[in-house]
Design a protein around this ligand. Structure first.
Ligand SMILES: C[S@@+](CC[C@H](N)C(=O)[O-])C[C@H]1O[C@@H](n2cnc3c(N)ncnc32)[C@H](O)[C@@H]1O
Length: 355
């Protein structure tokens, strides 16, 4: 963009002294680029003609300067975030809908664009691509997560048309297919926390493993055997890729099946992870079939923010009781993130035993 404003034309031989003087007076317009002519430099200023003439009257005799109107080029400043990048693109009354956050999964961004500004989706994609240098592909969330595989529709906005990427979490490389598997980069700390609580030589089952983030974190740290189960074939393929590229202490056994179908295939376990928050309570029969008495269960649940701990405990207790098991000790309860307005994603970690 160009701007017509006042500037000072001065021969190069005297330009440096004048530039320093103008800096000390604080009158250079730093949003505009200097003009370089064959013999002269033209410096843009923030003064009117009158102000400039008055300020520089004493210099007219010493230096060969000319004050006048010139056409300068605007200096493009790179925006720091999406809000800044869209400042001049999205009307002011819609600026509040510009997302402040988005998921960065490897070199792919998945952004939730509110319906009020969906018409600007392509330009939002282009701007995002230009402000995050490590990113190659931009998708928009086009539906909520749904179905047995817990995946969502994605709308490709711009960049390289691809679904697979390598995401790094606490130094662990995860192969992720953003189109055909469930993955949330917001669970990184939870994967790490669970890994820290495991011990060498344990047998562990992750009943809803997705791309296998929990097993990879655990096997990176401990010499364990982990059965990583998922009904989604693509998720298990991703896990198999990740196993090849990470140096692991433990052994991961990927199984592509319904976790209910594998109860006779795996030995009794010391720990079980159940991160299928909306339905975990429907699979407690599986837990009671493959858990050693006194084993640790990580029970994930979506629950109303008020009374979250009591409600989660109740639903778990009821489910275990139906299978003649009980909570023998509460180890930990914590909130992971907000999953919807007034709803939170929680983990209740308990020791379980037969009644
Ligand atoms: C919320 S995602 C798992 C996320 C994963 N644990 C993580 O931390 O990234 C739930 C997963 O459960 C799988 N799933 C759903 N029902 C299942 C079943 N009956 N048996 C095995 N896997 C199932 C889905 O395919 C999906 O990948």
């Amino acid at each position: 963009m160009k701007a017509v404003t006042y500037g000072i034309r001065i021969p190069y031989s005297q330009a440096e002294i004048m530039r320093k003087k103008l800096i000390s007076l604080g009158v250079i317009d730093h949003s505009l680029a200097f003009i370089r002519e064959e013999e002269n430099l033209i410096i843009p200023i923030v003064l009117t003609m009158k102000e400039a003439e008055k300020l520089l009257s004493s210099y007219h005799e010493k230096v060969n300067l000319e004050i006048g109107e010139f056409t300068f080029l605007n200096i493009q400043k790179s925006p720091n975030n999406l809000q800044e990048a869209l400042e001049d693109i999205i009307p002011e009354d819609l600026q509040m809908f510009v997302p402040k956050s988005y998921d960065v999964i490897g070199d792919i961004v998945v952004i939730d664009i509110p319906p009020e500004i969906t018409v600007y989706k392509k330009i939002i994609g282009v701007e995002l691509l230009s402000i995050i240098s490590s990113v190659k592909t931009i998708y928009r969330k086009a539906s909520p997560v749904s179905g047995q595989k817990r995946i969502r529709e994605l709308d490709f906005l711009t960049g390289e048309k691809k679904c697979s990427t390598l995401h790094t979490e606490h130094g662990i490389k995860l192969y992720v297919d953003v189109c055909d598997t469930y993955f949330s980069p917001r669970l990184g700390n939870e994967h790490h926390r669970v890994a820290l609580s495991c011990k060498n030589r344990e047998i562990i089952a992750d009943l809803f493993t997705g791309v296998g983030a929990f097993p990879l974190h655990i096997a990176k740290k401990h010499d364990v055997t982990i059965y990583a189960i998922d009904i989604n074939q693509r998720a298990i393929e991703c896990l198999e890729e990740s196993i090849k590229i990470n140096k692991l202490k433990g052994k991961i056994i990927p199984i592509n099946n319904d976790c209910r179908e594998i109860i006779n295939e795996i030995p009794k376990t010391n720990r079980i992870i159940m991160n299928l928050p909306s339905h975990s309570h429907n699979f407690l029969d599986v837990v009671c079939n493959i858990m050693q008495p006194g084993g640790i269960l990580y029970f994930y649940h979506f629950v109303n923010a008020e009374n979250a701990e009591k409600e989660t405990q109740q639903i778990l207790e009821d489910g275990l009781k139906r299978n003649a098991w009980k909570i023998s000790k509460i180890v930990n309860f914590h909130k992971i993130r907000e999953s919807a307005p007034r709803e939170i994603h929680v983990c209740l970690e308990v020791e379980v035993s037969p009644l």
